[in-house]
Write a protein that binds this ligand. Structure first.
Ligand SMILES: *Cc1c(COP(=O)(O)O)cnc(C)c1O
Length: 493
């Protein structure tokens, strides 16, 4: 097995080389040449803890990492940084199972992959005898940034630069990032939206002249975005883990089908579920939930991807995305792994802002269903679920939960469903409490946190306590045109 680029079939890299590079020079994403099959039976999954599940899943994709190397990465990642030894608890509330992916150090699901990615990258540096300093360049819609900063802060041989849309993240998300410590970290607000940040980061990655200059000075870029296969592969593990839990608790028999419903932005999380399915996990339908930026809903409905529309700032900012980068991997797989064809779709996306896929490609994607929920629907879901069960979900998870309800009422499909719960409600306390009761509207951020702790009957996470009195260390702001210069400055070039 090797990794190829979605835009150039002549590329052949080992897993560790793909992890190290992050993004292919041609602008494509790395894809495995084949999908490994689960190496344990579905009945045995029930007996595996999180780390063992992660090992079983990741080993298939990261062939050139030795067992010892991979286990060391897993041990270093899924430790006391998580506030529960279960790592990803599965909680039943009302009509669905919520897979809580927010128990890591920055309380968003990005921790599931970003607590291990630095270890995968530094191991890859060693394995490939690279003598370059790794420069992690990351665009964030809010949660990746902090999770990547936490993962890479003071990791020897690396530096990290994070760009976030300066008015496009929640206050708590912003505070989490601009108070980040670590001599190798830099956080920059961009006068623009997430797509601006992500497109410019991709352009900087693709700048061959810059790449040569950096190489001559001992630097190499890598990515902490879900474009990096080292982000995607660890995410496959929790779907397999959730299945094992359902078997263990007698909710399903080994072999029974489940559905997954995922609040989607860049299409990384739900693509990981699809990878799990390709490995043999019995997943029937993948419900792709969008907020008002419902490009993907329209895409699955009519086969046209069209980003030519207004960018809407919502209460689920980590899903405010019009260019879902990881969809390129699904496009490639659905086009019979035809890199030329994929490249032409992506070219059309960048020139015309849209492309149409063929009936055959749509057929390949028929297990995906697009749904969306606006703020009225998702805030109502937060309140209804709370009133009924006392369980409080965050605004992104609420989009998925509301979309799931719509799916059920349209299809009457009663298959057991796992909803990816992607952030702690504490990260979006203002919007969550606003959904539950208008009386919270005028309270200040940290008073809301105290209130939420009482309402949800959950202790305030450490990640929130830490930022309460922390110094603001990052104040730089630029526009899209200024991003490259700041990257050069960072390296002294
Ligand atoms: C990143 C993020 C998402 C979207 O995930 P993708 O992998 O980009 O589709 C959803 N919810 C939260 C809280 C996130 O941080």
């Amino acid at each position: 097995m090797y990794y190829s680029s979605t835009r150039d079939s002549s590329i052949r890299l080992s897993a560790s080389q793909a992890v190290l590079k992050g993004l292919s020079d041609d602008g494509g994403l790395f894809v495995p040449s084949e999908f490994p099959k689960l190496s344990v039976g579905l009945d045995e999954l029930a007996k595996l803890d999180y780390k063992k599940t992660a090992f079983t899943v990741m080993k298939g994709f990261l062939e050139d990492y030795t067992d010892e190397e991979l286990m060391a990465c897993i041990d270093a990642a899924y430790d006391e940084k998580f506030d529960t030894p279960e790592i990803a608890p599965l909680v039943k509330a009302d009509n669905a199972y919520y897979l809580e992916l927010f128990h890591g150090q920055t309380i968003a699901f990005k921790d599931m992959a970003l607590s291990i990615l630095p270890h995968l990258i530094t191991t890859a540096v060693r394995k490939n005898h690279s003598d370059k300093e790794i420069v992690i360049l990351t665009a964030t819609s809010g949660d990746t940034g902090k999770a990547a900063l936490a993962g890479f802060a003071d990791v020897p041989g690396t530096r990290i630069i994070v760009f976030y849309p300066k008015d496009g993240v929640s206050n708590i998300q912003k505070l989490q990032m601009i108070t980040q410590k670590g001599a190798n970290t830099q956080v920059i607000g961009v006068d623009g939206n997430f797509d601006d940040c992500q497109s410019e980061v991709k352009a900087i990655f693709g700048d061959a002249g810059l790449r040569d200059l950096m190489a001559s000075k001992g630097f190499q870029f890598s990515s902490a975005n879900s474009m990096n296969i080292g982000r995607l592969v660890p995410q496959v593990a929790y779907y397999v883990y959730a299945y094992g839990k359902l078997v263990e608790n007698g909710r399903i028999q080994p072999g029974d089908m489940i559905n997954v419903c995922v609040p989607t932005g860049n299409f990384g999380n739900i693509l990981a579920a699809f990878f799990a399915k390709k490995m043999g996990l019995p997943i029937k339908t993948l419900i792709c939930a969008s907020n008002d930026n419902k490009v993907l809903f329209d895409f699955f409905k009519c086969g046209t991807y069209d980003k030519n529309r207004d960018f809407i700032l919502t209460d689920s900012p980590s899903m405010d995305i019009l260019i879902s980068s990881n969809l390129e991997r699904l496009i490639y797989l659905s086009a019979d792994c035809d890199a030329e064809k994929t490249a032409s779709f992506m070219k059309r996306l960048s020139t015309e802002g849209k492309y149409d896929i063929t009936p055959g490609m749509r057929e390949f994607m028929s297990d995906f269903v697009g749904e969306f929920a606006n703020w009225d629907e998702s805030s109502k879901k937060i309140k209804d679920l709370y009133d009924k069960t006392g369980y409080v979900i965050d605004t992104h998870t609420a989009v998925a939960a509301a979309a799931y309800d719509k799916y059920v009422s349209e299809t009457k499909d009663d298959t057991i469903t796992v909803i990816a719960s992607t952030a702690s409600p504490f990260k979006f306390a203002r919007s969550v409490l606003k959904a539950i009761d208008k009386k919270y509207e005028d309270m200040e951020d940290f008073a809301l946190i105290d209130e939420l702790s009482k309402v949800a009957n959950v202790d305030i996470p450490k990640a929130i306590d830490e930022i309460k009195n922390a110094d603001i260390l990052h104040k730089t702001v630029c526009d899209r045109a200024g991003m490259k210069k700041l990257v050069l400055d960072n390296m002294g070039l």
